[in-house]
Design a protein around this ligand. Structure first.
Ligand code: S3P
Length: 428
């Protein structure tokens, strides 16, 4: 796909539903008793994989674009799937579902695409085995395909080596089905959508800053869910409007959960012109409108407990940093290596091709700004949605057009991404 420069971005868009919250709404609706009505669901490929998996376990789910209804019959009514549970590209689907399957007294097989086959699973399969689940897979349960025979779990006190909501959620969902209490403690707090939504579905949790406990044997009651826009999708347009000259863009209904707003903190530190209008601070997931204008940016240092609050935004932050005065240093972000691609490598290699001065490091990267992006090169998403979108925004500021291969990867989390650029773009 050839993409070129735009002269400015103007207007407003509604950011599609949050991917993390959409997954959880289908999963928890499937475990609950009663009808769960979901509004503003993200019809991206990842969330559709979650729907397909739960249908294979006998759950009735209706989907009409962004409206989804789940007819839950309770955890005990999930049935043994006759087919492979195919998670596609979705790490959230496989890891959270493993926590559910670990407690079910049946057999299941789970696999996904080429990228999923390379992603580490022992981080969830080992603690689930400790709780009593029988799980096997390539390299002793590290890689898909995985087979699970669940049931008879006992609660554990688990110290997670990484701040990961996927690990935390998998253990809590197993804990819900275990004897006794299960506690997960993390080095830094990861996104807390599971805790917020389980509470909405009637589950009692004990939480402090970095640990959560759940008592086994509780039942979920259906609830209606409004999914706010995904701040990780909004991030691409926050960056685009900051970088493209004479831009002014309004992004509607963006989720503002504090465990996800690291990108806002970083943009403010960089000197972005950003205004936030909170619309509903009282709901389970806060959200609001974001207004953003072109600005000159300064380099920043990003590390420590900020990392889990913006882990998915690092590709687009790297692009922002190429246009900021000074050297941006990102560290403590080794988790980037085990995302949909090794994002330290893919960000550095693709940005270098279009003229950026960027150096990968063991746990992050250094970006030297401000460097004009010459473009005029062939780049690739490497099948990674966030790399594809970062390159789509980069094209808007490159001197010469760039050719992006595998742009279709964006449909994993933002099927209307290129349409939204067209809607806002004033062409050169
Ligand atoms: C997610 C958690 C994060 C994030 C992913 C979605 C979730 O992964 O990168 O895109 O929905 O729980 P980790 O939990 O592995 O950090």
């Amino acid at each position: 796909m050839k993409r070129g420069k735009v002269s400015s971005l103007k207007g407003e868009i509604h950011i599609p539903g949050d991917k993390s919250i959409s997954h959880r709404s289908v999963m928890f609706g499937s475990l609950a008793e009663g009808k769960t009505v979901i509004k503003n669901f993200l019809p991206g490929a990842d969330c559709l994989s979650t729907i397909a998996c739960f249908k294979k376990m006998g759950v009735e789910i209706e989907q009409d674009k962004t409206d989804v209804t789940v007819y839950g019959k309770g955890l005990d009514q999930l049935s043994e799937p006759a087919e492979l549970l195919d998670v596609g590209n979705s790490g959230t689907t496989i890891r959270l579902m493993l926590g559910i399957l670990a407690g079910r007294p049946f057999h299941s097989s789970v696999a996904g695409d080429e990228s999923i086959a390379k992603r580490p699973m022992k981080r969830v399969t080992e603690p689930l085995q400790q709780m009593g689940a029988k799980i096997d897979g390539r390299a002793g349960g590290e890689y898909t395909p995985l087979s699970v025979r669940g049931g008879n779990l006992t609660g554990i006190d688990f110290q997670s080596p990484v701040a990961s909501a996927q690990i935390k959620s998998a253990i809590l969902l197993a804990g819900l089905q275990a004897k006794g209490t299960t506690t997960v403690t993390e080095p830094h707090k990861s996104r807390d959508h599971t805790e917020r939504m389980l509470t909405m579905f009637g589950i009692k949790l004990d939480e402090d800053e970095t640990s959560v406990s759940i008592a086994g044997g509780q039942t979920l009651k259906a609830a209606d869910v409004f999914v706010p826009g995904d701040i990780s999708s909004a991030a691409f347009f926050l960056a685009a409007a900051s970088l493209v000259p004479n831009s002014e863009v309004v992004l509607r209904n963006v989720g503002l959960n504090p465990t996800r707003t690291g990108i806002i903190d970083v943009l403010k530190k960089m000197g972005a012109h950003l205004e936030i209008e909170k619309k509903d601070a009282g709901s389970a997931e806060p959200y609001g409108d974001l207004k953003i204008k072109t600005a000159s940016l300064q380099a920043v240092e990003i590390s420590g407990d900020l990392i889990p609050r913006l882990i998915d935004e690092i590709p687009i932050i790297a692009l922002l940093a190429t246009q900021a005065e000074g050297t941006t240093v990102i560290k403590d972000a080794a988790e980037l290596k085990v995302k949909e691609t090794n994002r330290i490598d893919t960000v550095a290699s693709e940005l270098k091709k279009i003229g950026a001065h960027i150096e990968p490091t063991e746990d992050g990267m250094k970006i030297y700004g401000k460097t004009p992006l010459t473009g005029g090169a062939e780049v690739s998403s490497h099948g990674d949605h966030r790399i594809g979108m970062m390159l789509g925004i980069a094209a808007c500021i490159c001197e010469n057009p760039i050719d992006i291969s595998h742009p279709e990867a964006v449909s994993v989390s933002y099927p209307t991404f290129f349409e939204h650029i067209e809607k806002l773009a004033q062409k050169v």
